[in-house]
Ligand binder design. Structure first.
Ligand code: MIG
Length: 770
């Protein structure tokens, strides 16, 4: 006799409940392709105010049908997923509408609270991606043990160090002859994925309950769209944040910042942002300025602004213990700092020696932090906030005695807003996300006219809602350059699109060759910043000799010419959850040749890049998937699937364009808003394709109330003709009259055919004979 019932889930979606030997199972269908599975020993855990997913009732639900057969209860959503519960064995199998098995439990799941365990049989041909931030050069993650626990690994020398700064318990499954799907585990305690035993995928968590969402594709873009619905999407950044950003620990004093800015302009190297690392502060007191090094930050910011630069400043969560320091005084008085289990305010060593740590999970703490951020940074002319050290990491020794050793806060520290107190064990993974949220909301609340920019090191699933992320302290070695692509592509597949690594490497010194190759790869990073550690040799693009500077200039200029394309990709990330930098499998999910291709990437749907990632190379092999491709440099047409040997002297990043591509390009610029988009150049590659160009003012929130422009562009080939249809511009934003230059590439050694016209936003149809 099986016990089941159809009732709304605790958060209000149509659901099936089943009594299993291990506990109570709840299968909630948020949509026909989005299933939430929960298993609890007694009552289901109450929803947290800091939950990173919306409540079930936020989704439209699905129509459910239930059948029983022996020990089996079968529930299916009309036109969607179905789940078969073996109530005797206590296991679950999930299938798609065509009966294809997606997940099959091998053992009854263990619900917690003494630990959660879920053991799944993987299906033939399945490959696994995502999993948040990981080290190592593999793209696909089979064979690995992956922990979800935000950590500063101190020194990333080991290629497979795990875990890292960010924790995103989410993966994407792809297989040659079946659908793609994703699984997100909604549990913030320390957890792990174990893929070391072939055929098995085991998830364990040290607290909380078993609570996962199955996000059905069947294509990767459809999975990512659901990831966006469930975990949120990235806000549209100001356009300047897509430009090149230059950082170092630290450009100090102010005169040094001015010198760096002047060098960029004198040398014709495009750049939008300079970062201020921790030495601008007074004794590492957050929201203060060192008088002697930065006497007038506002003046500095204004002078740089006149040259097209913005400043971004770093902030750490640790607040210096100093009774004469207002941030400390206020936080103490209002009880905003985390206390130890014994009730004492917890003190640990970070940069300012003894420091205390705000509990950013409380809304009133976030608001207070946002006010300080406004007073201390934004009002001083700072345009963006760089949030560091928020795993959170603490030192064993005072920094003044060498720092040394890294750890975090004790897990039994009470944390959380009033009415839902928990401990650091549950909130640790969220510390960075909550700090980023404070940062984002603070800037947004105080500056309703200008989009902010935020950068953050740690974070949990959903971090994309608040901030861009960089991958922490890499090193100037070839392995770390090679690692950057799979790392960033898997972040994109984890729902976090605005990502980058330190170009040139943070620790140690880059060689000229490494730096040149890193620049070529770096212009593909959605977040494009060079950064280096204190004590390393200079790492600015001119620090490696003239040849490397020329290479850096050429690739930075290419990045800037691509800004209209890139900005549209950011819009698609914002509206559809699309990754910006993506592995080939995102578009070619049924081609096993791309499943392990870690060293090629696609920037949006049209550009395929194959950076050189080893020293001493002047050529590399490149895989071109099914379809026609064009060599970006020579215009030569190539037929996929094929593997070619690409010429790659130091000056050359192997770069390919998909047939049917539309690449909207800007004039050359020294910084992103130096010039209007005039002329707008459309580089068209004969074939079939479409692209909708997105434009707006680039910096305000007016786009949220319709002040944007969409221009649909279609390319088609009919025999020896290529048709280009540019649709009428839609939306309220008017970029003004401008020249459009269309350049059609046809391959075969022929030059591009060029046409130009005055554009006022009207529809236009062009025909080319080829
Ligand atoms: O551990 O602020 O990852 O980008 O330059 C050093 C100094 C603390 C770590 C960041 C790095 C930054 C550095 N910070």
């Amino acid at each position: 006799m099986t016990t089941f019932s159809l009732n709304p889930s605790p958060e209000g979606a149509p659901a099936l409940y089943c009594g299993l030997p291990a506990g109570q199972l709840c299968l909630a269908f948020l949509t026909p392709g989005l299933l939430r599975v929960r298993l609890a020993q007694a009552a289901f855990a109450a929803r947290r105010s800091w939950a990173v997913t919306p409540p079930d009732s936020h989704f439209p639900g699905a129509e459910l049908a239930v059948n029983t057969e022996g020990d089996q209860v079968l529930v299916s959503a009309a036109g969607g997923l179905s789940a078969a519960v073996n109530t005797h064995a206590g296991t679950l199998r999930i299938r798609d509408a065509h009966g294809v098995t997606l997940c099959a439990e091998l053992e009854p799941a263990r619900p917690g609270p003494q630990g959660v365990r879920w053991e799944n049989q993987t299906q033939p041909g399945e490959h696994f991606y995502g999993f948040g931030q990981r080290a190592g050069i593999q793209l696909e993650r089979s064979g690995r043990l992956l922990h979800n626990w935000t950590s500063d690994p101190a020194r990333i020398h080991a290629l497979n160090v795990d875990p890292l700064y960010m924790a995103v318990p989410l993966f994407l499954s792809v297989r040659p002859d079946g659908p793609a799907y994703g699984l997100y585990f909604n549990n913030t305690y320390r957890s792990a994925f174990d893929l070391r035993v072939p055929g098995r995928l085991v998830y364990t968590a040290e607290g909380g309950e078993l609570d996962y969402y199955l996000l059905y594709g069947p294509s990767p873009p459809e999975v990512l769209e659901k990831v966006g619905l469930l975990l949120g999407r990235a806000p549209l950044p100001p356009r300047w944040a897509l430009g090149y950003q230059q950082s170092r620990w630290s450009y100090s004093p102010a005169a040094e910042v001015r010198r760096i800015a002047a060098e960029f302009r004198q040398r014709g190297l495009p750049c939008d942002v300079i970062h201020l690392d921790i030495d601008y502060m007074d004794g590492y007191r957050v929201f203060t300025w060192a008088e002697e090094r930065f006497p007038r930050p506002q003046q500095l910011a204004a002078d740089l602004r006149a040259q097209g630069f913005r400043l971004v400043a770093i902030i750490d969560p640790g607040v210096k213990v100093d009774p004469a320091y207002p941030v400390y005084q206020q936080g103490l008085q209002r009880d905003f700092f985390i206390r130890a289990a014994d009730g004492q305010v917890l003190q640990r060593f970070v940069w300012p020696d003894e420091a205390v740590f705000p509990d950013f999970s409380c809304p009133e703490v976030r608001e207070w932090w946002g006010d300080w951020q406004q007073r201390g940074l934004i009002a001083q002319g700072i345009a963006g906030v760089w949030n560091d050290m928020n795993e959170p990491v603490v030192f064993d020794l005072p920094f003044s005695q060498g720092g040394g050793g890294v750890g975090t806060l004790p897990l039994d520290c009470p944390q959380g807003p009033a009415g839902e107190r928990s401990t650091h064990a549950e909130l640790h993974n969220l510390y960075g996300s909550h700090m980023a949220r404070a940062s984002y909301e603070g800037v947004r609340a105080h500056n309703p006219r200008e989009r902010g920019f935020h950068l953050c090191r740690s974070g949990f699933a959903g971090i994309q809602r608040w901030t861009a992320s960089w991958m922490g302290d890499n090193a100037s070695c070839w392995e770390h350059l090679e690692m950057s692509l799979p790392q960033l592509m898997n972040m994109g597949l984890s729902g976090v699109p605005f990502v980058g690594v330190d170009i040139g490497g943070f620790n140690d010194n880059a060689t000229p060759e490494l730096f040149a190759r890193w620049m070529q790869a770096g212009i593909l990073y959605p977040f494009c910043r060079g950064h280096s550690a204190a004590g390393t040799s200079p790492h600015e693009p001119w620090a490696f000799g003239e040849r490397v500077e020329r290479i850096a200039r050429a690739y930075l200029r290419l990045r800037y010419r691509l800004l209209p394309y890139l900005y549209t990709l950011f819009y698609l990330a914002h509206t559809r959850g699309e990754p910006i930098l993506r592995p080939l499998l995102y578009h070619y999910q049924h081609d096993p040749a791309v499943y392990h291709l870690h060293d090629q990437a696609m920037l949006g749907p049209f550009l395929l890049a194959a950076p050189v990632l080893q020293p001493g190379r002047s050529a590399r092999s490149v895989y071109l998937p099914q379809g026609e491709w064009y060599d970006y440099w020579s215009g030569q047409r190539l037929q996929g699937p094929s593997t070619i040997l690409a010429d790659a002297p130091l000056e050359r990043l192997p770069l390919y364009v998909r047939a049917g591509a539309v690449l909207p390009m800007a004039p050359e610029m020294a910084y992103s808003d130096e010039k209007a988009l005039d002329p707008l150049t459309l580089e068209i590659y004969a074939g079939a394709g479409e692209f909708t160009l997105y434009e707006d003012d680039g910096h305000s929130y007016a786009f949220e109330s319709g002040q944007f422009a969409l221009t649909p562009i279609q390319v088609a080939r009919q025999g020896s003709r290529v048709l280009l249809e540019i649709g009428a511009r839609q939306g309220d934003y008017d970029p003004g009259p401008r020249r459009v230059v269309v350049r059609l590439h046809v391959g075969g050694g022929l030059p591009a055919q060029e046409r130009a016209f005055e554009d006022h936003g009207a529809a236009r149809r062009l025909e080319f004979d080829i």
